[in-house]
Design a protein around this ligand. Sequence first.
Ligand code: 5GP
Ligand code: ZN
Length: 114
Amino acid sequence: MEDCLFCKIIKGEVPSSKVYEDEEILAFKDIQPAAPIHILVIPKKHITSLAHLEEEDEAVIGRIYTVMNQIAEEQGFRQNGYRVIVNCGKDGGQEVMHLHFHLLAGKQLGEKIV
Ligand code: 5GP
Ligand code: ZN
């Protein structure tokens, strides 16, 4: 999608620090980390938010969880654990309108809401 920041990152038009990439998934470091490790994992297909998922997207969403665990293993934080956050829409606090999974790790995370 033309005016989407994360689509521009996928196309390489905006630079990012890539952590993982395959045909349908990209992971890169968040520019403003909220934890020692803060990675954004996104589908390459432009999906606006969780609220815009279509049935055909189910497989890639499942694979994103596998990829996050793979990243955790590679970066050495799988055993200590991590937190995955997806903000959806206005009330969910989503700022970039391209579905993304925040992968947070590297310390015991505070401020639990649930
Ligand atoms: P949201 O609030 O939509 O759930 O999360 C958007 C995230 O994207 C924020 O954590 C923000 O720091 C990150 N972000 C915004 N602009 C950029 C950018 O240009 N590059 C990278 N790597 N992250 C960004
Ligand atoms: Zn996009």
